[in-house]
Design a protein around this ligand. Structure first.
Ligand SMILES: C[S@@+](CC[C@H](N)C(=O)[O-])C[C@H]1O[C@@H](n2cnc3c(N)ncnc32)[C@H](O)[C@@H]1O
Length: 259
């Protein structure tokens, strides 16, 4: 039976310790999303982190309030009963989280938007593989392009289902994510995100065709400007065949043109 709300709790003590010590959290403001029963929270507190944990499940919030009442009183742990897909994030330096897999994408984009020094995040293995799929290869998608534009991401641990209770049907990867300046100048980040999203909505089409289909969203004049500036050899490729620099050039070409 599928566990409710992605509730696969980490029981492997060695893995918990390795995750909590993957970043230097001592004295840092750490955001943990989905603390569950708090095994990682405990380890992070033991490493001297000042933790804020966001948990959706009210039963677990009650459990955590009891388990960590001393730390809450001492101000080293703050619990937020909320939905990490929607609620406001507090300022934080590092995020260490075993994410709910069904919301991995939304939460990752929100974390990157919020900004941080470093994140140690657990994902379903296939999701991690998509994050690091190189541009120009068939596994690449919107997630790969957006993550690789704004961060360096690398798998640092692989966990089998046996590390969890109940065991999930999938393998897990722990990734280290470090934000960076985009390697190619981007004139407008919102427009860039929109272009990347639209192009991958039509990943089987050429760039030119995808732009035309999306012209209602991107803007007809902007699409015309892109076609004028971007060389044919790029326009005739598919989104999975072009490089990070090309996405930046396409978005910048369209952004120059005010509708
Ligand atoms: C995979 S479990 C990890 C639990 C714990 N960190 C551990 O390793 O044992 C994910 C946790 O996220 C919580 N959760 C699910 N969706 C959430 C959401 N949208 N916002 C915040 N927490 C969520 C679940 O209730 C669960 O406790």
């Amino acid at each position: 039976m599928k566990a409710p709300r992605d509730q696969h709790f980490l029981t492997d003590k060695k893995a918990i310790e390795r995750i909590a010590s993957a970043a230097d959290v001592s004295g840092k403001r750490v955001l943990e999303i989905g603390p569950g029963e708090g095994p990682l929270t405990r380890a992070l507190l033991d490493h001297g982190a000042i933790v804020t944990a966001i948990e959706l499940d009210s039963g677990l919030i009650e459990y955590l309030n009891n388990r960590f009442h001393r730390e809450i009183r001492a101000g080293t742990l703050t619990l937020i009963h909320g939905n990490a897909v929607k609620c406001e994030y507090p300022p934080f330096d590092i995020s260490v989280s075993n994410l709910p897999y069904s919301a991995s994408s939304k939460i990752t984009f929100r974390l990157l938007d919020a900004g941080f020094e470093e994140a140690i995040l657990m994902y379903q293995k296939e999701f991690g593989q998509r994050m690091i799929a190189p541009p120009g290869t068939p596994g690449v998608g919107r997630l790969s392009i957006m993550v690789q534009t704004y961060a360096k991401a690398k798998p640092i641990m692989q966990l089998s289902a046996k590390s969890f209770s109940p065991p999930p049907a999938v393998q897990s990867w722990v990734m280290r994510i470090i934000p960076r300046e985009p390697p190619h100048p981007i004139d407008d980040h919102q427009f860039y995100a929109l272009v990347v999203r639209e192009l991958f909505s039509y990943r089987r089409k050429t760039i030119r065709r995808a732009l035309h289909i999306s012209s209602g969203v991107i803007g007809k004049e902007r699409v015309a400007a892109i076609e004028e500036i971007i060389p044919e050899e790029i326009l005739k490729k598919r989104p999975e065949e072009i490089q990070l620099a090309d996405f930046a050039k396409i978005a910048n070409a369209g952004f120059q043109k005010k509708d």
